[in-house]
Design a protein around this ligand. Structure first.
Ligand SMILES: [Zn+2]
Length: 252
């Protein structure tokens, strides 16, 4: 058993036997791992094992069996996220995507930092739908999917009103639209935004504004990409879809 101090994010917890819990943490230094918390409700850890809690943890790591949380300090919670059901449901989805994208015990400090940054920006009140889209497009690589939203797959020209072809897994420029009669017929702003999202540095984020129609189209196209290239069914994503429908009912 090895003792380590690491920043970590609680992904979720679940009941285990009568009174104990299993807690999944994404740690900065050792990837995602499951920790055993005995007598969870009476434990000093009770308040820090809630989902979306960030802290510096003192961990007892065991590569072959259960790991343990010894102690913690510097606890931070995302208060604004927890106070709003919409933001919370998007944050929960982003966290479960990160959980699905890499194996347990896999060291990935970049993904860890990117996830924390995304949650911080959601907590500051930046557009959670757009932040989620950026997260989805940048995490595709972790699922082994590499898509280029920058240039035409045939002539490699850039800066044109592109469309996306699932057949060629890439962009078509107007001169090459005809290569795929089943191309996506996207609003060219969609590939343009996805190209920006792929290379976006978070400081530029304030400069991106997307209207509601385009947001809806982005959501639809990302769903199509995920269906085709990733193929995972996350409960948290279904919840977002249902929330959207519920919102529509309220409007009509
Ligand atoms: Zn072309």
């Amino acid at each position: 058993m090895q003792t380590k101090i690491s920043k970590g994010l609680v992904l979720y917890n679940r009941n285990f036997r009568e009174n104990d819990k299993l807690v999944k943490l994404f740690t900065e230094t050792s990837g995602k791992r499951m920790f055993f918390v005995k007598h969870a409700s009476q434990s000093k850890l009770a308040s820090v094992i809630q989902p979306l809690t960030v802290a510096e943890f003192i961990l007892k790591l065991n590569d072959s069996g259960l790991s343990y949380i010894d102690d913690y300090r510097d606890v931070a919670v995302f208060k604004q996220i927890n106070d709003d059901i919409f933001t919370l449901s998007y944050a929960t989805y982003v966290v479960s995507l990160a959980d699905a994208a890499i194996d347990d015990n896999q060291y990935d400090p970049h993904l860890f930092a990117f996830l924390i940054k995304t949650l911080e920006l959601m907590d500051q009140g930046l557009d959670y739908a757009i932040l989620t889209n950026i997260f989805e497009i940048q995490i595709l690589e972790r699922f082994g999917v590499q898509l280029n939203f920058h240039e035409c797959v045939f002539c490699h020209r850039t800066g044109l009103p592109f469309d996306f072809s699932f057949k060629y897994s890439g962009l078509l420029c107007p001169e090459h639209y005809h290569q795929d009669e089943k191309r996506s017929f996207l609003n060219p702003n969609i590939p343009y935004l996805l190209d920006r999202f792929q290379s976006l540095n978070f400081d530029e984020l304030q400069s991106i504004s997307v209207n509601d129609n385009l947001k809806k189209d982005l959501r639809q196209f990302l769903d199509a990409l995920y269906d085709d290239y990733v193929g995972i069914n996350l409960k948290s994503k279904k919840f977002i879809d249902d929330l959207g429908k519920w919102g529509d009912i309220m409007k009509s």
